[in-house]
Design a protein around this ligand. Sequence first.
Ligand SMILES: [Zn+2]
Length: 202
Amino acid sequence: MRFELVPMPDGVGARPRDGRGYPVPAITPWHGGEPQFALTDRDRSADCALGRRCSVCGRLMERGPVWRVVGPAESAAIAGALAAGQPYRNLAPTMEGPGHRACMLYASMVCPYLARPNARRRGTAENAVGGDAADGLTSAAVRGAARGGLGAVVGFGDYEYAVTDNRVLFRFLDLVEFLPHESADEHLAALRAELAKPDRGR
Ligand SMILES: [Zn+2]
């Protein structure tokens, strides 16, 4: 979705921009004055983790649930667990840090890397499904292949992290909200509603 059509949380609006006007997430490294959207900066990510700050806007996350954007494989796993009436548990660590609900709804619609976080690290079939679809080449076959949609914005009751020498790893616990999408544009109404809440201009 064209980013200028998506309402920005205040914290996102306060981020530095790249040459096109895209807000640059808090965990994105800069090289030579250019943000490297496909990468996660270890020090920036560590600062966010240690300060309980949002990986998108960089502002404090209050106590309570946190959110992240997941790709098609994890979305399908969550959908499967819910359909089976089982708790969803995924103890595989990820480099994707948590954020505010509004920030992750925003990121799911605007940021191609956050919207398909697995695309940049693994050369799997999942990568091809998420990448092609997110690039506008969606087909009925692709839609049918992913029961959990092409991704999701997911809320978790808690998270834990570990800072190592070269990266920060997160684990997410206690699923509290599951918002799958076939197209991330579907989150526009949810984002508008989130931003309209009192004290939620983030
Ligand atoms: Zn935020």
